[in-house]
Design a binder for this molecule. Sequence first.
Ligand SMILES: NC(=O)c1ccc[n+]([C@@H]2O[C@H](COP(=O)([O-])OP(=O)(O)OC[C@H]3O[C@@H](n4cnc5c(N)ncnc54)[C@H](O)[C@@H]3O)[C@@H](O)[C@H]2O)c1
Length: 361
Amino acid sequence: MAGKPIGVGIVGTGRISDLHAIEYGRNPDANIVALCDRDIDAAEARAAAWGCADAAILDDMDALLARDDVDLVEILLPHHLHLDAAIKAVEAGKAVSLQKPMCLSMDEANRLVEVAAASKRPFKVFENFIFYPPVLKARELVDADAIGTPLSIRIKSNPGKSATAWEVPAAANAWRQQKAHSGGGPLVFDDGHHKFALAWHFMGNPEAVHAFIGRTETASGSVLDAPSIVSFRFSGGRIGNLEVVYSPELEIITRHYAQDDRVEITGTKGVIWINCGHGRLGDPPPVALYRDGQITTWHDLATGWEESFVLSTRHYIDVVSNGGRPVLTADEGRQVLRFALAAEESAQTGKPVEFGPREAA
Ligand SMILES: NC(=O)c1ccc[n+]([C@@H]2O[C@H](COP(=O)([O-])OP(=O)(O)OC[C@H]3O[C@@H](n4cnc5c(N)ncnc54)[C@H](O)[C@@H]3O)[C@@H](O)[C@H]2O)c1
């Protein structure tokens, strides 16, 4: 883009904002012009750490939305605040990138889809996993027919401990422990959004979702929704699952959250493994393909988890500057949310949630 850089306002300068700031800070088409957090010290500290000396520091979102130099608003708030914040930002005429999950219920999601459809600016639900370079490679292989028709996706979320993980402030865990603020459990609903997005990305919308969600109290007193298993059925008898296992003594190599993620996609003639996500176990190839008696591995993919944020953000800057369709759209965010909410509902009732043909399409 040759014109003026997009003015970016970030609302919520908590833990994850550091990864959003990377691309906004270095892309010549964007410029962070305002930071807002009810904890003004946090916003000031982030502005200093990111080298945004000229950015306005605010503790009131309305003041940020009133600024003419803010074109794009990045919303990084606890989940129960997403709906109102996103509606206000759209109504203020801003391009909006809203962190996942877009909101807490299908009624709220329906409202946001309507609001986004009426907006003149692109509205994005921020989901990073589908921009993670190993996932992009796997998708390229699937699209090139490397494994034939995908028949099953198996996803594993495996949190543990890590000497190298970043610090997560107690406040960021506290709201996640309250269902009214988070919408569901930290592993199956909150982190699960990424895994349901992966399943949706490779297999489409599910026809049915069936979940067992366990409960484990950690040494620090947090409650984790593990061990858990969520099964999915897709059209044509294709299947998948998400398995969540907390291994308290498993050392994970990471600079971010103490969690390993593994994915296996089985097709009619081959298998793909994605061997890392938030962190990793040792040094496996990030992507491996088995087909026709041979294993092919890819070692040279960027596997820093921040890369998924960089690429997702770069995509949105491009859409806001040059036009195009954001990934995820509000409607796609609603599809992933429906998937995640179905797992919570199924675990409550003990029954599968079956979707009608329109929802599963
Ligand atoms: N994509 C990912 O992989 C990923 C990872 C972590 C978090 N997230 C998402 O990012 C969002 C934020 O998560 P986080 O871990 O950074 O949480 P956090 O608790 O660290 O940060 C939230 C920030 O919002 C601020 N805040 C709360 N209420 C406010 C208000 N009314 N006005 C202004 N500021 C307010 C808090 O002071 C805090 O600094 C959530 O949607 C979460 O699901 C996504």
